[in-house]
Design a protein around this ligand. Sequence first.
Ligand SMILES: O=C(O)CCC(=O)C(=O)O
Ligand SMILES: [Fe+2]
Length: 200
Amino acid sequence: MTRLLVRDFVIRKSYLSPAAQAAVIEALRPVLKAAPPFTPETPLGKPMSVRMTSAGALGWIADKTGYRYAAQHPKGIDWPAIPDPVLAIWHDLTGLARTPDCCLINYYGEGARMGLHQDKDEADFSYPVVSVSLGDDGLFRIGNPTRGGRTESLWLNSGDVVVMGGPARLSYHGVDRIRFKSSRLLPRGGRLNLTLRVVE
Ligand SMILES: O=C(O)CCC(=O)C(=O)O
Ligand SMILES: [Fe+2]
């Protein structure tokens, strides 16, 4: 279990053992059933390649009116609770008593990616974002607190956890590509990423 620091992003390699990864997947199963991942649309009407859903009091959604947190899934379903093994990661790595309002669940199928962006729809940037990688490897790109400039990339593997806090909280980041079927955690392949956030 190594800890890397890349531009103030804390990267905990192999934070979750294979057994712990399997336990998180098991705990996510009912969540994905209750609130099925959907394809968000950017405000320009373009479908995103990543499919998304959420757990927690609030979920992140995107559609023609913009990006925002909402109390319900687009199909009018309440978001399921954030599973305990996921909350445990948050509390262990942040040391905070406060629980996150949102666990955004991103599913990257073959060919999916996420462009460079900042996470800035939350009210208080003093809280970190904790990001858990499960399944196929993802090529994570780290930029700067402002748009442009040089970037650095590294592969995130299943069980790695990234903490974006402090000076990195508003840094640009994205996922260029995944190595489809590089992991056997998800029987049908793909990458699941969980981001835990305090929203309000
Ligand atoms: O998939 C990842 O590793 C990053 C996801 C992300 O940046 C986000 O959901 O805002
Ligand atoms: Fe992000």
